[in-house]
Design a protein around this ligand. Structure first.
Ligand code: UDX
Length: 466
């Protein structure tokens, strides 16, 4: 066994025994070559999926972190030791580092002591497709008001248009805050694995205009298990947008191949496996389904397209990706309609509502399009989801939410698998079939075994499989 393998094995063994995080166990194991970081005082603005994970992970790395958010409920929950979002490992991290974490609604209070300010606020699209940066400018206003001498850097984790860093630097300069360095440190972590990918990332991208800021932000990440790539600010901003657009393109490509498979008799799952064996192409993000959703891909691909248009370049490839993705859930409804004749008065059961499994997030979930389309066709929509928050589900389904898949399926004219929840593999499908009015399944995630489902007596449809 190599030394590195032996070390990793020892760390994993310690994690299993002590229940500590991987990073903490690694630091405690003798011979660990990484350095304990110099603790810094970090203010993180935005306690959402990105900021909360970043703040908790920086505390885990040894830094003192204050998290600031404009939502009183969120801050109250965090102060009470509760976790406002579902993200595996986050609760343990917040609890395990509580002596290094604090929470506030007051921006100036957060800035006052900080050596580094991280911006993790939302940047939603405006009517023109540009990013609404008002929450970012509110953070800058707090910086201007406090005028701290010991604030060394402002770091952007939020996704912003290329050029934002240069704009912010100019504003800081004009406000007499030229001593505050600026860095772009885009977030690549996927929900459901955010904590582990923050601590063990494929790469940490740091865009900075000067060495001092680059070194400071690099040092903040000491203890993180992944390569750091330092570059200029505009390129770092572009890496984020381009990565997400390329991943969205890959998913859309396989969805288009799935449609051609349906017409020709090929099986997209087998095709994806064959494609993925080529290391130049890779097996990831080749899962055909109802299209991509979530907080990043839809928003970032539209933002990149808008940014290109604003600069006189029509990004036609990305336009096609966006259009195909918007069509994908509608195609499913059309296929269901062809099968059932009409959807009016039909009881349709949606299994899964979140944009993917392992999260409670409903942002841009394909289920929202599926549910609204069904309602527009006059269907009676029922659903089950283990994590989606009721307040976010109800507007889309105007409906009955059920406690388990079996209850949701009873009396249904059709079932649509919308999210690939692993619990669906444990459903007693034979028992469920007898309770349904019509045994039709549209498997929008190619989760179930077609032969098994047909043998169980279902009319089974999926995406790109014969
Ligand atoms: C994504 C990126 O992975 C992450 O790097 C970035 O920081 C934020 O956006 P996330 O939105 O959490 O993360 O989810 P991800 O697992 O990437 O899935 C995005 C969407 O694509 C989901 O709706 C998922 O169901 C869909 N998808 C993903 C597919 O349809 N097929 C695939 O093969 C992969």
């Amino acid at each position: 066994m190599t030394q590195d393998k032996a070390r990793k094995k020892a760390i994993r063994a310690r994690v299993a025994v002590t229940g500590e995080s991987y990073t903490r166990a690694r630091r405690k194991i003798a011979g660990f070559p990484g350095k304990t970081p110099q603790p810094r005082r970090v203010a993180v603005f935005g306690a959402g999926y990105v900021g909360l994970v970043a703040g908790a992970c920086f505390a885990e790395l040894g830094h003192r972190v204050v998290l600031c958010d404009i939502q009183p409920d969120r801050i109250r929950l965090l102060q009470a030791g509760e976790v406002p979002i579902f993200e595996p490992g986050l609760g343990d991290l917040l609890a395990g580092n509580k002596e290094r974490l604090s929470f506030t609604l007051e921006a100036q209070e957060a800035v006052r002591d900080a050596e580094v300010v991280y911006v993790c606020v939302d940047t939603p699209p405006t009517a023109s497709g540009d990013a609404d940066l008002s929450h970012l400018w509110a953070v800058i206003d707090a910086l201007k008001e406090v005028r701290s001498d010991h604030l060394a850097a402002l770091v952007m984790k939020s996704t912003v248009p290329v050029g934002t860093g240069e704009r912010v630097r100019a504003v800081l300069h004009d406000a007499g805050l030229a001593h505050v360095g600026y860095a772009a440190n885009p977030e690549f972590t996927a929900e459901g694995r955010a904590v582990s990918t923050f601590l063990h990332p494929d790469r940490v991208v740091i865009g900075a205009a000067d060495d001092r800021t680059a070194r400071l932000v690099t040092a903040l990440h000491e203890g993180v298990d992944g390569p750091v790539e330092v570059m200029d600010i505009p390129s770092a901003e572009m890496v984020k947008l381009a990565s997400n657009a390329l991943l969205a393109t890959k998913i859309t490509f396989i969805n288009e191949i799935a449609t051609v498979c349906e017409a020709t008799g090929a099986d997209v799952e087998t095709v994806a496996k064959g494609i993925g064996m080529d290391p130049r192409l890779g097996p990831h993000f080749l899962k055909a389904g109802l299209g991509y959703g979530g907080s990043c891909f839809p928003k970032d691909s539209r933002a990149l397209r808008a940014m290109a248009s604003n600069n006189g370049h029509p990004f036609q490839l990305l336009s096609a990706v966006i259009e195909v993705n918007e069509l994908q859930p509608r195609r499913a409804i059309q296929r269901l309609k062809n099968e059932l004749g009409t959807l009016k008065g039909r009881r349709i059961c949606l299994l899964g509502m979140t944009f993917k499994a392992g999260t409670d997030d409903m942002r841009e979930a394909p289920s929202t399009v599926v549910a609204s389309r069904l309602l527009a066709e006059g269907a009676d929509v029922h659903c089950w989801d283990p994590l989606a928050r009721p307040a976010e589900v109800e507007p889309w389904t105007s409906t009955t939410r059920h406690a388990n898949p079996a209850e949701a399926m009873a009396g249904a004219d059709a079932v649509i698998v919308v999210t690939e929840w692993p619990q669906l593999n444990d459903v007693d499908w034979a028992a469920a079939r007898v309770t349904m009015r019509n045994p039709l399944i549209f498997d929008g995630r190619n989760l179930l075994d077609p032969k098994r489902m047909r043998d169980t007596g279902f009319t089974y449809m999926s995406v790109g499989r014969p």
